[in-house]
Every structure is written in structure tokens, then in C-alpha cells.
Design a protein around this ligand. Structure first.
Ligand code: DQA
Length: 148
């Protein structure tokens, strides 16, 4: 089983950016948590972060035929990017949307999520742990233990 974990703009600034909202754990901590989850679960995981919308679209397109699932935190592009939505729809790979913060409790402009329209689940407000939950959910879904 191969899962692609994608992070959008400024997620590489974790630990520095707005710790009151995103916590004190660093981006390196996030990468390590995901690596450990992959090891524990016997899943092959590739991680990719970009501050550029087109690079994220390219990575989603390249996942076609190669990955069984996608975990994506599109960050600010969540609220603006029809291109990321279309890419997720184009490849048709089961995808889970993750947000570190609880976007439902934040500004009005964060209430729209385009990516969500192509995702089978959204996990928000669970901090870095949300990524582990997303991976476990995708694993159970892909193994047929749970349905959509
Ligand atoms: C975020 C929430 C977005 O609104 C914001 O632009 C981010 C991070 C989150 O993980 O909570 O960059 O996706």
C-alpha cells in the first residue's frame, strides 16, 4: 500500500508560525510522526511539501497509477484552489483532507474548502495527530475494513 502525504504553503514553518494556532511542534516533528506511522503500519509513504500551487498539482497528477491514497493539507490553497480540487478529481485516488487547526472555528474566509469536494474525509483540529488518523483511516478504507 502506497500513500502520498502532501502539505501546502507554510506548513514547513511549523514550530515557528503562529504557535498559538498550530502548536510548537516543528515540520521535522511532523515528518518524523508520519515516518513512524508508516513503519508501525507497514505502509509505504512518500511526503512532499510545496509553497507553490502548480507543484502540488503536478505531484497529484504524478500520483496517478502509483499511489493508493492521498493525505493532503492544502493549507491556504484549501480555500482558493480549484486547480487542486480538479487534480484530485482527475486522478480519482481516495484522499483525506487534514487541517492542524480547527478551521471551522476560524475566519469566514477559511470556511470554504474546494479540496474537500474531492476528499472522502476531513480531519481538522487534531494537531499533528490528525495526519496519523488520516493514514489509519485510508489504510482501513483501502483494506476494505471500513466503507465510504
Ligand atoms: C491549515 C488551515 C489553513 O486555513 C491555513 O491557511 C494553513 C493551515 C491547517 O492545517 O490548520 O496554512 O490548513
Amino acid at each position: 500500500m502506497k500513500i502520498l502525504v502532501l502539505n501546502g504553503p507554510n506548513i514547513n514553518m511549523l514550530g515557528i508560525r503562529e504557535p498559538g494556532i498550530y502548536g510548537k511542534s516543528t515540520f521535522a516533528d511532523l515528518l518524523a510522526l508520519i515516518e513512524q506511522t508508516a513503519k508501525d503500519e507497514g505502509i509505504e509513504i512518500e511526503q512532499y511539501q510545496s509553497n507553490h500551487e502548480g507543484c502540488l498539482v503536478d505531484k497529484i497528477q504524478e500520483a496517478y497509477g502509483k499511489f493508493d491514497g492521498i493525505v493532503i493539507n492544502p493549507a491556504a490553497y484549501t480555500h482558493t484552489s480549484i486547480a487542486i480540487l480538479d487534480a484530485l478529481k482527475a486522478v480519482g485516488i481516495p484522499a483525506v483532507e487534514v487541517h492542524i487547526s480547527d478551521v471551522s472555528q476560524r475566519e469566514d474566509f477559511r470556511q470554504v474548502s474546494y479540496a474537500r469536494l474531492a476528499c472522502c474525509k476531513t480531519i481538522m483540529g487534531h494537531g499533528l495527530e490528525g495526519y496519523r488518523e488520516a493514514i489509519l483511516y485510508l489504510k482501513a478504507l483501502l483494506e476494505g475494513i471500513i466503507g465510504l
